[in-house]
Design a binder for this molecule. Structure first.
Ligand code: NAD
Length: 499
């Protein structure tokens, strides 16, 4: 039966009729499995109005009541994690265990937000001047919007709304139109947890919905995660419209393997981080930088592991890697195999030949692919492929490896594999990348740190979750207070100084 997904506004499904809809696919079968309503200005206005109306009451809800709702929400998401994982897998294509992993990482941010009474404590200085006290308070900004990508339909929204809502804001989420169901189930769980109507809303759609939010005068802050061209557009448009904005963009993550590294560990890491979720992760490793003389041995170990990977539908427990999200994306990723070879790379493993465990012949399949002898001039190196294509660049030295990283426009994640503490320390100090792994391939920060890249991987200056998330979703007010006593001093036109 074909499903139909609609918006969630003011604590319930939206009842109007959509002017436009988009298709939802089952990527393993390669067929349409349902449709999703696309918002026009009517639905954008309704969602923002609901969030605006809910804001004063939610802002003034005590920290203990907010925290109690967050704890209940945490329990409900935990209890329904398998159901959420299956919803994600059915629309995204990733295997169910991987989808459960993203729900677990999202839950960590909810758990972080459960500590909001501690996180929102301001500062207090007694007697900064004679009988004058100074203190700071953190207040919510108002209606916040989150615009999120297809590749983590639960985790990336959960980088945003738990912190925003805990801080006392109300929220409109515009998830990816490719896999919209998880966000609606999350909205139902919020309602079950006792969140007041209008505090969390879900608006589906494409550019029209996004532009409606970016231009709406009642939206005060915008968080975005997605590709670099759209991140730049969101940053510029939201800023032009007077909103605070954080926009996380695309990636090209390099994994440097030094000659002294444990090559079995490095090969395990490269294969896991290159092909997990079919490479559709912003922290996927896409370039292995093999420092001479490790190239041949490392490639042999990678090939050995790739040959054992099992590709199939996400709900088959035997599958380790699912299909890609759409046919268009699958074909674009596959095009880099031909262009890479035409530009001089060696096709060490051809994913077009990988057998598939069940699933439809029309599924959006592409097996794990390895392109060796890749250089900085090739399109497969320059572009973010966002699929199961691991490229290997061979370099002569650490300095040459660092040169590649420095010249690359992206700066999301990177990793170094070595047993030399000095080399690792030098790397972490020098590299212009926001998230660094040392013998760890996907260094996704824990919820109490903040997630974000540098260079073309982030526009704005705030990373997601952790204390940077708390700062993004609050405004600081500094108060200077004197309770008058008989010696207040009278009129003084001089600039206030301490005394
Ligand atoms: P995308 O940029 O195409 O879409 C992201 C969101 O923007 C979606 O909600 C989409 O509806 C909306 N959108 C798309 N085109 C738009 C337009 N022209 N105007 C306004 N809004 C538009 O990204 P995607 O394909 O869904 O996701 C994959 C990308 O996200 C990759 O580049 C990946 O690296 C990136 N990503 C980055 C991070 C990070 O933390 N830096 C995390 C996850 C994904």
């Amino acid at each position: 039966m074909s499903k139909h997904v609609t918006h969630w506004i003011n604590g319930k499904p939206f009842e109007g009729t959509a002017e436009r809809r988009g298709d939802i696919y089952d990527p393993a079968a390669g067929v349409v499995s349902g449709s999703v309503d696309f918002a026009s200005s009517t639905e954008v206005d309704a969602a923002v109005a609901a969030a605006k109306a809910a804001f004063p009451g939610w802002r003034d809800t005590s920290l203990s009541k907010r925290t109690a709702i967050l704890f209940r929400f945490r329990e409900l998401v935990h209890r329904h994690r398998d159901e959420l994982a299956r919803l994600i897998s059915a629309e995204h294509g990733k295997v169910v265990s991987d989808a459960a992993g993203e729900v677990a990482r999202g839950l960590e941010v909810v758990e972080f937000a459960c500590g909001i009474p501690h996180l929102l404590k301001g500062g207090f200085s007694e007697n900064v001047s004679s009988r004058v006290d100074a203190y700071s308070i953190l207040q919510p900004v108002g209606v916040c919007a989150g615009i999120t990508p297809f590749n983590f339909p639960a985790m990336v929204p959960m980088w945003m709304f738990p912190v925003a809502i805990a801080c006392g804001n109300t929220f409109v989420l515009k998830p990816s139109e490719k896999d919209p169901s998880a966000s609606v189930r999350i909205a139902e769980l919020w309602a079950e947890a006792g969140l007041p109507e209008g505090v969390f809303n879900v608006l589906h759609g494409d550019k029209a919905a996004v532009d409606g939010l970016l231009e709406h005068p009642d939206v005060k802050a915008v968080s975005f995660v997605g590709s670099t061209p759209i991140a730049r557009y969101i940053y510029e448009t939201a800023a032009r419209n007077g909103k605070r904005v954080q926009a996380l963009g695309g990636a090209k993550n390099h994994m440097v393997v030094l000659p002294d590294a444990d090559l079995d560990l490095a090969a395990d890491a490269a294969v896991s981080a290159g092909f997990g979720s079919a490479g559709e992760r912003c922290m996927a490793i896409s370039v292995v930088v093999a420092v001479d003389p490790v190239g041949d041995e490392l490639l042999a170990k990678i090939k050995e592991r790739v040959a054992k990977l099992r590709i199939g539908p996400g709900d088959n427990p035997e599958s380790e890697m699912g299909p890609l999200v759409t046919r268009v994306h699958r074909d674009k990723v596959a095009s880099y195999l031909d262009s890479g070879v035409a530009q001089g790379a060696t096709l060490a493993v051809d994913g077009r030949e990988t057998p598939v465990l069940g699933g439809g012949a029309d599924g959006f399949w592409l097996g794990p692919t390895v392109l060796d002898h890749v250089t900085a001039e090739m399109d497969c190196y320059k572009d973010e492929i966002f699929g199961p294509v691991l490229t290997i660049a061979r370099v002569g030295s650490y300095d040459e490896a660092m040169g590649l990283l420095s010249d690359n426009p992206y700066g999301n994640g990177t990793a170094i594999f070595t047993n030399d503490g000095g080399a690792a320390r030098r790397f972490q100090n020098e590299v212009e990348v926001g998230m660094v792994g040392i013998n760890v391939p996907i260094p996704v920060p824990m919820a109490y740190y903040s997630f974000g890249g540098w260079k073309a991987s982030l526009f704005g200056d705030s990373h997601a979750h952790g204390m940077e998330g708390v700062h993004f979703y609050t405004r600081t007010k500094a108060v200077t207070a004197r309770w008058l006593d008989p010696s207040h001093g009278g009129v003084n036109l001089g600039f206030p100084t301490n005394g």
